[in-house]
Each structure stands twice: as structure tokens, then as C-alpha cells.
Write a protein that binds this ligand. Sequence first.
Ligand code: HEC
Ligand code: HEC
Ligand code: HEC
Ligand code: HEC
Ligand code: HEC
Length: 322
Amino acid sequence: MATDNAPAAPACPAGQGAARKLRQWLLVACAAVAGLGAAAEAWAQADVPSLFTNRGTVGNTRHNLTQRQSGGGGPEGTFMDRTRNDYNEVCVYCHTPHGSNRTTAAPLWNRTMAPTAYQTYDLLGSPSITQPISPPGAASLTCLSCHDGQTAVDSIINMPGAGRYNPAQETAQNNAFLDSWTNPRGPATTSHGRIGQECSICHAPSGGAIGATDFSAFVIGTDLRNDHPVGIRFPADAGAGSDFKDPPRKEARLAYFDTNGNARADAGEIRLYNSGEGYEVECASCHDPHGVPSAGPGSVFLPTFLRVSNAGSAVCQSCHTK
Ligand code: HEC
Ligand code: HEC
Ligand code: HEC
Ligand code: HEC
Ligand code: HEC
């Protein structure tokens, strides 16, 4: 078992070994499902709607990676405990009060941020792009630390409980450290799943066979040429007479469309991030990873964690005059 603050073990490619073990286990699980006969066949054909209520807290959304509690949503224990550490705390997959990541300007960030090369939108060569595009900034790298499929969703620096802190995790996933965690309700795992890779062994179009939702659309990957540009600078001359609306509030590191005029960047307001190159569009410009109530406190969150409902393309029209 890895000890706390252990030096980084030699980089272990999270993929092959773990994926093979998981596949072997899956064959057994699928054989069991097949054994259920006709009932299982009907089950196999239907995709599975989310069991989360998407109300009130990030704990009721797909960004809760702890085990499903009775009556609530959440990954199903029998399957999921073989795939990721269940830290039994919702926030800890992303934040920690102490020992957070010093390499990324993101709030008390607890995740491994492995240096990664992305194919950015400029490589597409679209002739209508007029603004400079730089590599994704911190407010995109946070999302990509899971959604690019390069790092395990449970790869964090400071695990719950005293003395479970490994600063080497800041920039490199260390499976020996992650393996030292014991799942509170199910078996411990050595398979630390990544979106679009180990997780997609089940969460694929064929996943209905074992009752898993297809998450293919959530796999952003490292090729960003087919995504709305991020790291793209907002035009400095936005406003009347231009193709862009001018955000009414501009602070040193953040500009935002202050729709309620309270001079605070609220969750439900589209924003732009300045990490030193001017205000730029990043993933969190349009999305709030905690969820935004659609019609005030207590209401269901807007779909796909959007800051603004995209009915009538309102997300797009926050910035674009079209
Ligand atoms: C061995 C199969 C299997 C693997 C691998 C797997 N899951 Fe699941 N997962 C399931 C099943 C079955 C459910 C329950 C049905 C559902 O909600 O999709 C589930 C549910 C979930 C849910 C709740 C979905 C909802 O809206 O109700 C999330 C989130 C989730 N899994 C994330 C992951 C992540 C992240 C990984 C990789 C670390 C992963 N899963 C790997 C089988 C699997
Ligand atoms: C899936 C990852 C994820 C989870 C889980 C998560 N957060 Fe966050 N959180 C983020 C990201 C990403 C940001 C930065 C958003 C940005 O770039 O503006 C953030 C920002 C914040 C901020 C500062 C900015 C703001 O929006 O107020 C607070 C406070 C915060 N989170 C608290 C929490 C708490 C408390 C929990 C658990 C109940 C939690 N978060 C769970 C990803 C997460
Ligand atoms: C801790 C890992 C993690 C981080 C960090 C993270 N996500 Fe996710 N996200 C997930 C998982 C797991 C799912 C469930 C689907 C899956 O497994 O691909 C998900 C689902 C989503 C969905 C689909 C929600 C739905 O119900 O339809 C969106 C949209 C999303 N994430 C956006 C973001 C954005 C934007 C950020 C950054 C601000 C972010 N995520 C950060 C792990 C993460
Ligand atoms: C300019 C606004 C904008 C930016 C920037 C943006 N998104 Fe989205 N994203 C959206 C909208 C709008 C949707 C909903 C699309 C739909 O309903 O099909 C969405 C959907 C998603 C989904 C759900 C899958 C899907 O296709 O519906 C994920 C996951 C996601 N975004 C992640 C990200 C990540 C990660 C980044 C940064 C690399 C990012 N987004 C940047 C606007 C944006
Ligand atoms: C936060 C501000 C912002 C939001 C919100 C936003 N965009 Fe953009 N968008 C930009 C910027 C900045 C550019 C770069 C314009 C340029 O280079 O001339 C851009 C470029 C584009 C382009 C041009 C791509 C090309 O190859 O020329 C399209 C198309 C586009 N956005 C569509 C959308 C759609 C659709 C939505 C809503 C889902 C959206 N945008 C939301 C800021 C935004």
C-alpha cells in the first residue's frame, strides 16, 4: 500500500492493465445479465434516464461521483466501485480546503492537471475566425481534467481523512497513491476510470446491456477542433455596431453579462476570463459545473450545466449579435 507523501511511483499507464481487468470482470457481469433471459433483453434495448433530480445542489447532478444513496441519484455501487474511488464526499473530486493544486489558477483545485497538448480550433483553418486563439485557460483546463479522457476522474491530490495528501499528484496521476484508498461500501479498486476510456466500457451506445447510460456525447477529448473555440479572445471593440455584445462589468480577471445588475458574477451569467491575454471564452463561460436553477431556488437545473437557458439560442446571443 502506498504511504502518504510517497514519492511518485514510476508512471503507470492508467489504461491497459486496468482496462483489461475491468473487461474480464465485465464479461462475467454480462454473462450474468444474459442469464436473466427475456427480461434482460427488454432492459438491454432501453437507454437509462438520469436518476439524479438535478435540483438544489451539485450533489444531485452527474457531477456527484460518490455512490448512489437510497432515494437519490449517483453511480450504482456494484458496478462503479470497480471503476473509481468512492471518496464519499461530493466536492472532493474537484476541490479541497487544504493542499490544493498550485499549478492551476482554479478555486482550491484538488485535481491532477496533467500537462496535455490540445488541438485548438485555429488548426481547423476556418476563414471567418478573426480573433487570436491560445491554449485553453484554467477555466477550461478544470473541465478538461476529466472530459479530455486523459486523467482518471478520481485522480486527486488530497483524499479525505488526515495524512492522505500527495503533492506529486498535482501534475501526474499516481495509481499507487490512488490504490491506497478503500471504498467505504464496496470493494477497493485499482481501475481508475477515465471518461471515454474505461468509463465507456459500459457508458457506450451498447451500454444498455448492463443498464448504463450512454455518455459518448460527454467525451470532449483532446481534439478541440469540433468544439466552440475556447482560449479565444473576445473582441475589444464589442458593442454597438459590432457583431458582439459588450459585457457591462469588467474586472481584472473576469468580465460578465451582469443581467441582474448586482455587480457580482452570478452563476447564471455568461462570463469571460482574463488569464493575462485579455478576456477569453472558456468552458466555464457558458457552463457552471455545479448547476444553475432554471427558475429560482428549488427548481430543476438548466440542462447540461448551462449558465443560461439556451431556449431561443440565448446562450449564443449573450455574446453574438446575430
Ligand atoms: C462496469 C460498468 C460501468 C463502468 C465501467 C462505469 N459505470 Fe457508471 N454506471 C454503471 C451503471 C450500471 C449505472 C446505473 C445506470 C445509469 O444511471 O446509467 C451507472 C451510473 C453512473 C452515473 C449516474 C448516471 C445517472 O445520471 O443516473 C454516473 C455519473 C456514472 N455512472 C459515471 C461513471 C464514471 C465517471 C465511470 C468511470 C470512472 C463509470 N461510470 C464507469 C455502470 C458502469
Ligand atoms: C465536477 C467538479 C466540481 C465539483 C464536484 C464541485 N465543483 Fe466547485 N467548482 C468547479 C469548477 C470547475 C469551478 C471554477 C468555475 C470557474 O471557472 O468559474 C468551481 C468553483 C467553485 C467555487 C468558486 C466560484 C463559484 O462558482 O462560486 C466554489 C465556492 C465552489 N466551487 C464550491 C464547491 C462546493 C462547496 C462543492 C461541493 C458541494 C463543489 N464546488 C463541487 C468544479 C466543481
Ligand atoms: C471530476 C471530473 C469532472 C470534472 C472536473 C468535470 N466534469 Fe463534467 N462530467 C463528469 C462526469 C463523470 C459526467 C457524467 C458523464 C460522463 O461520465 O462522461 C459529467 C457530465 C457533464 C455534462 C453532462 C451533464 C448532463 O447531465 O447532461 C456536462 C455538460 C459537463 N459534465 C460539463 C462540464 C464542465 C463544463 C466542466 C468544467 C466547468 C466539467 N464538466 C468538469 C466529470 C467531470
Ligand atoms: C460558447 C458556449 C460554450 C462553451 C465555450 C462550451 N460549451 Fe459545452 N455546451 C454548450 C451548449 C449550449 C451545450 C448544449 C448543447 C445541447 O444541448 O446539445 C453544451 C453541451 C456540453 C456537453 C454535453 C454534451 C453535448 O454535446 O450536449 C458537455 C460535456 C460540454 N458542453 C462540455 C464542455 C467543455 C468541456 C467545454 C470546454 C472545452 C465547453 N463545453 C465549452 C455551450 C458551450
Ligand atoms: C462568451 C461569449 C460567447 C458565447 C456565449 C458564444 N460565442 Fe461563439 N464566439 C465567440 C467569440 C469571441 C468567437 C470568435 C469570433 C471571431 O474570431 O471572429 C466566436 C465564434 C463563433 C463562431 C465562428 C466560428 C468560425 O469558424 O468562424 C460561431 C459559428 C459561433 N461562435 C457560434 C456560437 C454559438 C452557436 C453559440 C451558442 C451555443 C456561441 N457561439 C456562444 C464568443 C461567444
